[in-house]
Structure formats: structure tokens, C-alpha cells
Design a binder for this molecule. Structure first.
Ligand code: E4P
Length: 215
């Protein structure tokens, strides 16, 4: 499973990229707003740090607006993947953009039927928001299972990109199901590597190392 980092914070991206575990980046307007920086500046910085798919979301909600914005974003850098919302106008735009060879991440997916339509329209990635489904007492992972199965049943090439990841168990479940990608917040990436027995073990080794006579 590929690991993307779900943030627009360049320091978080640098930190995770330095560990060598990042295959790409996803952003959304809320994450970019948190940085307090212009969208384009944020994208330029991210493209310099990570050599992989970088999702940048459009703001327009009408076909023409989405297509125009998407073309501009895509022209910024070869690694930019345009993020388009899962609405009727969005799907029309996905078909056009996909036919032009522009990669699209269809976002805000909450059902298998939405995911099926996004794949038919030519989406490169579908983003099921597992945490937000769990928030309203649904099962985000059931949605991921359905999407993976539907795409496998019909040989659809759209990649399932698990989004709205909140904790390490989401990552384990996504990888067991066979999702193509999980996009993970910086804090959760660090939670993935933490283990108390690693820390205790290292502490003991370092203490014992001090007892070794110097030759
Ligand atoms: C990324 O592509 C999504 O926009 C993001 O994972 C949403 O996460 P949230 O539900 O925690 O806001």
C-alpha cells in the first residue's frame, strides 16, 4: 500500500519525507487554510520536497470552472493530481480531464455507488472519507471493502485512496483490505512507528552499552 501524507504543512511533509516513507501528498482547502499561506506557494514547496502524486483541490463547483481550475493546477507541475468533488458537475469534469490525460482524485466519497460512477468517469483515485463515515456511526472500512471489491469485479483501474484517516487501526485495516493508498496525517504516521517495547528495549541496550569495557 502506498502512503501519502495528508497535510499542507511543509515542515510535516519534510519530516515524513526524510524518513523515506512518503509516496505522495494530499491537501484540501481546509488544510491549506491552516497554513495561512497562498495556495500556489504551498504547492510549489510541496513539489520541491516530494516526487510523487500531489493532490490539489479545485474550489469551483460548475463544470467550466472545475475544468479551467484543474488545467491551471495541472500545468503547475507534472506531479499535481487535481482533486474534484463527487458531484454531477465534478463527474462531467472528470471525464473531460481524464480524456486530456490529467489525473484526477475524486474526493468526498461516501458510498460505493458514488465510487462506481467516479471510476466510470475516469478517476485516477477515489477518496473514501473513512473517519467522517465513522463519525456518524457508519463503517468507513466497510465502504473501502465495497470499493475494492467493485473495482476488482469489473477490472476498473481507479485506485482506492483511503482518506480521513484518524488512527493507526484505520491504516492496518486499509492495508488488510488491499486499498491502493492511505493518506495519513503527520501525527498518525508517527503513531504508526511508535511501540513502547521498542523504547524500553532501546533504553536497556543503551544502558548496557555503557557497561561494556572500553578496549
Ligand atoms: C484528504 O484527501 C481528505 O481531504 C482528508 O483526508 C479529510 O480528512 P478529515 O476528514 O480528517 O478532514
Amino acid at each position: 500500500m502506498k502512503i501519502f501524507i495528508d497535510t499542507a504543512d511543509i515542515e510535516e511533509i519534510r519530516d515524513a519525507a526524510a524518513m523515506g516513507v512518503i509516496d505522495g501528498v494530499t491537501t484540501n482547502p481546509s488544510l491549506v487554510a491552516k497554513t495561512g499561506r497562498p495556495f500556489k506557494d504551498v504547492l510549489v514547496d510541496i513539489c520541491e520536497v516530494v516526487d510523487g502524486p500531489i493532490s490539489a483541490e479545485v474550489i469551483a463547483t460548475d463544470y467550466e470552472g472545475i475544468v479551467n481550475e484543474a488545467r491551471k493546477l495541472s500545468a503547475m507541475h507534472e506531479n499535481i493530481v487535481v482533486k474534484v468533488p463527487l458531484i454531477a458537475e465534478g463527474l462531467k469534469a472528470v471525464r473531460t480531464l481524464s480524456d486530456e490525460g490529467i489525473r484526477v482524485n475524486v474526493t468526498l466519497c461516501f458510498s460505493a455507488t458514488q465510487g462506481l460512477l467516479a471510476a466510470k468517469a475516469g478517476a485516477t483515485y477515489i477518496s473514501p472519507f473513512v473517519g467522517r463515515v465513522d463519525d456518524i456511526s457508519g463503517s468507513g472500512m466497510e465502504l473501502v471493502e465495497q470499493l475494492v471489491t467493485v473495482y476488482q469485479n469489473y477490472g476498473l483501474s481507479t485506485q482506492v485512496l483511503v482518506a480521513s484517516v484518524r488512527h493507526p487501526v484505520h491504516v492496518v485495516q486499509a492495508s488488510l483490505i488491499g486499498a491502493d493508498v492511505a493518506t495519513i496525517p503527520h501525527k498518525v504516521i508517527h503513531q504508526l512507528l511508535k511501540h513502547p517495547l521498542t523504547d524500553i528495549g532501546l533504553e536497556r541496550f543503551l544502558a548496557d552499552a555503557k557497561k561494556i569495557p572500553t578496549g
